[in-house]
Ligand binder design. Structure first.
Ligand code: SF4
Length: 356
């Protein structure tokens, strides 16, 4: 391991100043960063430990009804907060789908947003990777790439973003609060992560030294609480990243869909919102035909980046199923560990979700 400085600032402004130094990175839960350092994938010259900064570990209801979640709130604490899980059940469901219980106890909200791709070539210093070393090439292009992106990718990088948490958050219009040398600013989560284009090493809109301080969910997000789900399809039912995942949320009024939200995970280098499919549902009756139509409309501009064409059809069927489960109503009690999406929910007719 390379030598590095370790500093522990006492305030957000001190953290921002310390984090602006070349080669500095912020350390909070460390569940991703420490692994990357051990593997020699990232070699920071300075760790700025923000894990004890005061005031960033609170969940607060603001006067306008929105919810602010401090950057240092632990994933497990947020998922098990009864008020939060009651008003934003799909987000709690996504959190409980991620990683392992031990990791969820340590990982923070901001760290979840900022985690790095799990592309195997990124983790292998012997492989060419433009994200790790700009200009080096991308060994995933001609390699093992069935888990890689089907939309928003470029010839320079075909990786996906691994977060479950971000998928329902982007569907619910979450906003990222950021502190920097120029003062605070807020960025919609949908605009926070960057697509690879020609610079896959730049993953977010954060400038050097900028620190994520909180996430904010608008008051309107809670209007979907009665009909929202997050379904994650993975190669085993625990401790695995999504092959594809889908967040679906509906607001029903008079037997019709008044508003719909849809987002996908595992398909791009950012959580992928599907507004055209949402618009198709407005005014429709919540039935399998409408959900199949919306499912077929997602990923309209998708193309395989390798051996992963199967993901496109899989995502479309998963969206239809997530919408159907949302329409059935959010279960009063979500399981501590979400099970396989292939097992029909009570009241649901078993549908086909295969790789075919
Ligand atoms: Fe690196 Fe991206 Fe290529 Fe993976 S897909 S090897 S992260 S450049």
């Amino acid at each position: 391991m390379n030598p590095f400085d370790y500093v522990r600032p006492a305030s957000v402004s001190e953290a921002v100043a310390a984090g602006a130094a070349p080669g500095a990175v912020f350390l909070a839960g460390g569940t991703n960063l420490v692994d990357l350092m051990k593997g020699g994938i990232v070699r920071p010259s300075r760790l700025v430990d923000v894990s004890r900064l005061p005031g960033l570990d609170r969940i607060e209801r603001l006067p306008d009804g929105s919810l602010r979640i401090g950057a240092l709130v632990r994933n497990a604490d947020l998922a098990h907060d009864p008020d939060f899980a009651g008003s934003h059940p799909a987000v709690a469901e996504a959190l409980l789908s991620g990683a392992s219980a031990q990791l969820r106890n340590a990982a923070t909200v901001a760290g979840n947003l900022l985690q790095r791709t799990r592309c195997a070539y990124f983790f292998d210093p012997a492989s060419a990777c433009n994200k790790r070393q700009p200009g080096e090439g991308c060994d995933a292009r001609g390699g093992e790439n069935r888990q890689h992106a089907v939309i928003g990718w470029s010839e320079h990088c075909i990786a996906t973003h691994p977060s479950d948490f971000c998928v329902p958050l982007v569907a619910l219009d979450a906003v990222v609060e950021i502190a920097g040398a120029a003062g605070p600013r807020a960025v919609p989560l949908e605009a926070f992560h960057r697509l690879p284009d020609s610079a896959p090493d730049r993953e977010t809109v954060l400038e050097p030294g900028e620190l994520v301080t909180a996430l904010r969910l608008p008051a309107q997000a809670a209007a979907f609480a009665g009909h929202s789900r997050y379904l994650k399809l993975r190669e085993r039912t625990s401790y695995a990243f999504a092959v594809v995942s889908a967040a679906a949320a509906l607001r029903l009024d008079g037997g019709r869909i008044a508003e719909a939200r849809i987002a996908l995970g595992g398909v791009a280098l950012k959580p992928w919102r599907e507004r055209a499919a949402e618009d198709l549902l407005v005014g429709a009756a919540p039935n399998p035909e409408a959900f199949a139509r919306a499912g077929k409309a997602v990923l309209a501009a998708a193309s395989p980046s390798g051996e992963n064409a199967f993901k496109i059809g899989l995502a479309r069927r998963l969206v239809a199923r997530a919408l159907a489960r949302a329409a059935l109503g959010t279960p009063a009690r979500l399981p501590a560990l979400p099970g396989s999406v292939l097992v029909p929910a009570p009241g649901e007719i078993a549908g086909e979700i295969t790789h075919a």
